[in-house]
Design a protein around this ligand. Structure first.
Ligand SMILES: Nc1ncnc2c1ncn2[C@@H]1O[C@H](COP(=O)(O)OP(=O)(O)OP(=O)(O)O)[C@@H](O)[C@H]1O
Ligand SMILES: Nc1nc2c(ncn2[C@@H]2O[C@H](COP(=O)(O)O)[C@@H](O)[C@H]2O)c(=O)[nH]1
Length: 206
């Protein structure tokens, strides 16, 4: 019998550090695969099409929405972002673990489509630190930073809908917590599979 992989979803206000944490996790854990989203946002700095995102025009994105190509999509900070079915379904069906780094609206849509998905919310240690991380990153204009901070207040109200909350103050500590979530889910899933196999064996079902 084949078993699907685990689906992890990491959401956070912009600048809380989710991309940095997910990147570090992927470097340490070769069993987790990232999903590359589509976005109508323009590429920043060194970003490459097909690496950070698939950059799409508004009409290309519209066509994907109409073609039902997304598992979830949302308008975030004035641009559209979406997870294509192609990006995750095949991988999960093959038994691989997949991690999505998306906003809270997308995370809640994913939970509806995949009840077993594990939702993780990353919080910054303070508002001041969130602002300085966005400023230090140096990728966004002051207007964009203000908009992202304003949206962060709305996003943080959703924290109670998530399975786990990690405060990203000390990076290594937050990474340890994220690894622990992944590990715990794998152990839980393995135990469920074993229990199911035992039940099938006792009922003589192959
Ligand atoms: N624990 C930490 N301490 C200090 N700086 C951090 C920490 N974690 C991340 N950073 C820095 O904060 C900035 C924002 O991090 P990152 O880009 O990972 O955020 P994000 O949540 O993915 O944002 P976005 O949603 O806009 O992509 C980066 O410059 C990153 O290096
Ligand atoms: N609902 C979705 N949100 C997504 C997806 N991919 C990224 N995002 C979120 O957008 C913001 C902004 O990202 P940035 O790269 O422009 O800084 C951030 O919260 C991302 O997590 C997606 O496929 N669906």
């Amino acid at each position: 019998m084949d078993y699907p992989g685990n689906l992890f979803v990491v959401a956070a206000p912009s600048g809380a550090g989710k991309s940095s944490l997910v990147k570090a996790l992927l470097e340490l854990d070769s069993l987790v695969h990232p999903s590359i989203s589509h976005t109508t946002r323009a590429p920043r700095g060194q970003e490459k099409h097909g690496r950070e995102y698939f950059f799409a025009s508004e009409s290309e994105f519209d066509a994907m929405v109409e073609g039902n190509a997304f598992v979830e999509w949302a308008l975030v900070h004035g641009n559209r972002y979406g997870t294509s079915k192609k990006a995750i379904e095949e991988r999960i069906a093959q038994g691989s673990d997949v991690i999505l780094e998306i906003d809270f609206q997308g995370a809640l849509q994913i939970k509806k489509a995949f009840a077993n998905a594990v939702l993780v919310f990353i919080l910054p240690p303070s508002w001041d630190e969130l602002r300085s991380r966005l400023e230090r990153r140096g990728e966004d204009s002051p207007e964009v930073i203000e908009r992202r901070l304003k949206n962060a207040a709305v996003e943080m109200e959703q924290v109670h809908k998530f399975d786990f909350v990690i405060i990203n103050e000390l990076f290594e500590r937050a990474l340890f917590d994220l690894k622990a979530v992944v590990h715990a889910q794998r152990l839980k899933y393995a135990a469920q599979r074993r229990a199911r196999a035992d039940t099938f064996e006792s009922l003589n079902i192959t």
